[in-house]
Design a protein around this ligand. Sequence first.
Ligand code: IPE
Ligand code: IPE
Ligand code: MG
Length: 240
Amino acid sequence: MLEGIDMERLPVHIAIIMDGNGRWAQKKGLPRVRGHKAGMEAIRKTVKCCSDLGIKILTVYAFSTENWKRPQDEVNYLMNLLVEYMRKEVSSLHKNKVKIKLLGEIDILPHQTRREIEEAVKLTKNNKGLQFNIALNYGGRAEILKACKSLIQDIQNGNLDMNSVDEAVFSNYLYTGSDPDPDLIIRTSGEQRISNFLLWQGAYSELLFIDRLWPDFDENALYRAIKEYQSRNRRFGALK
Ligand code: IPE
Ligand code: IPE
Ligand code: MG
């Protein structure tokens, strides 16, 4: 229900750790990958709903740098699912003015997955609607390390003065660039941990852990999350 949401105080940036696909499938006696497939529909609904609400940025955690540890079959399935998602969704995303951006190391992804994503990013790059960040082969620590390396390189090359490096300058070296930090980070499935997601950017994010498994996430769950966010008192270390 939209009722009760203050449209003037929407979170600018919502980030989601989409967890619980495997358990969703197991509960139904299905193979884990069926949960990933069902999770794709939840992504579709969530993107549409954020876009309709006028949320500026939605970031979803699709595959972590640690998820390579899973069985090869599951990894392959996830990589192919991304290709399928892009092929199915990209034209309607584009029509809805969604701008797709990738957070993560794309170089080592299977060729097909990489190509499909690069094309979607290119096609939608000038869109002015919802910015849809897909964190893929993403890890917060790897991101920070990569940022440090390129920052040092710029200092060594004489392109950057070390004394000018502040938090804003450093942030620009991260995948998120000049995107505002997430106001709200939602994790589904009942797990209460951050699992290497947006470690720098999430310094002052409101965290919301919900029991629902990702494939069961829908518009109403999103509305409830936004209402919960609006009931929080964000202080950023000050008094209020
Ligand atoms: C989240 O669901 C999707 C990815 C990590 C790719 P999981 O696959 O982690 O599902 P559970 O946590 O095993 O239920
Ligand atoms: C986090 O979920 C990664 C994604 C949702 C892509 P995991 O299921 O991989 O996290 P852990 O292993 O439970 O911490
Ligand atoms: Mg999980």
